[in-house]
Design a protein around this ligand. Structure first.
Ligand code: AMP
Length: 192
């Protein structure tokens, strides 16, 4: 099973991807998590990506295409994977299409979580407050200003992907404002 999740930041892509990894026994490949790990380890990629990520802007296509291509070759991806946060631009989607073709692979579905953007800002503020109350630390791009910039980046660069994948016939849309279990149920219906 090879899946892509689309939807603005805070739409619940990561949460749903995590649930599906358990259901299908395939890994969730989050480019955001991979980049944050590179920043934490201060690798060359991490050093190049940090300032861009903190500003809520997109890391270059070349960097993310390469980390995804390498990751997909790992043995734990043999039965599939769930991409979360990639592709993020139409050129990344085109690159992914070529990458998969070159590896003899195909996507099973592209799942878009449709959400109300004003409700997302509230959701993000609640998530930060809950994390802090629980004694956890928040991401350095989890503040209202960077979040709004991530939303703008999404609208300008990632939203056109819906049209791209509608054109290829792979796009499936679910109501991302429903509660977590109801969203999972909608996704499982699509994949059944
Ligand atoms: P995320 O955890 O998916 O919200 O990603 C956090 C940050 O990582 C984004 O704001 C970008 O700076 C960077 N990032 C993650 N995935 C990508 C991608 N596919 N293309 C470019 N930048 C990305």
């Amino acid at each position: 099973m090879r899946l892509i999740f689309l939807g603005p930041p805070g739409a619940g892509k990561g949460t749903q991807a995590k649930l599906l990894t358990e259901r299908y026994g395939i890994p969730q490949l989050s480019t955001g998590d991979m980049l944050r790990a590179a920043v934490a380890q201060a690798t060359e990629v991490g050093k190049r990506a940090k300032a861009v990520m903190d500003a809520g802007q997109l890391v270059s296509d070349a960097i993310v295409n390469e980390i995804v291509s390498d990751r997909i070759d790992a043995p734990d991806c043999a039965n599939g994977f769930i991409l979360d946060g990639y592709p993020r631009t139409v050129p990344q989607a085109v690159a992914l299409g070529e990458m998969l073709k070159g590896k003899g692979l195909k996507l099973d579905a592209v799942i878009e979580l449709k959400v109300d953007e004003t409700a997302l800002v509230k959701r993000m503020e609640n998530r930060v407050a809950e994390t802090i109350a629980a004694g956890g630390s928040v991401r350095s791009d989890d503040n209202p200003e960077a979040f709004k910039r991530r939303l703008t980046e999404y609208r300008e660069k990632t939203a056109p992907l819906s049209e791209h994948y509608a054109g290829t016939g792979e796009l499936k849309t679910v109501d991302g404002m429903a509660d977590v279990d109801a969203v999972t149920a909608q996704i499982e219906k699509i994949l059944a």
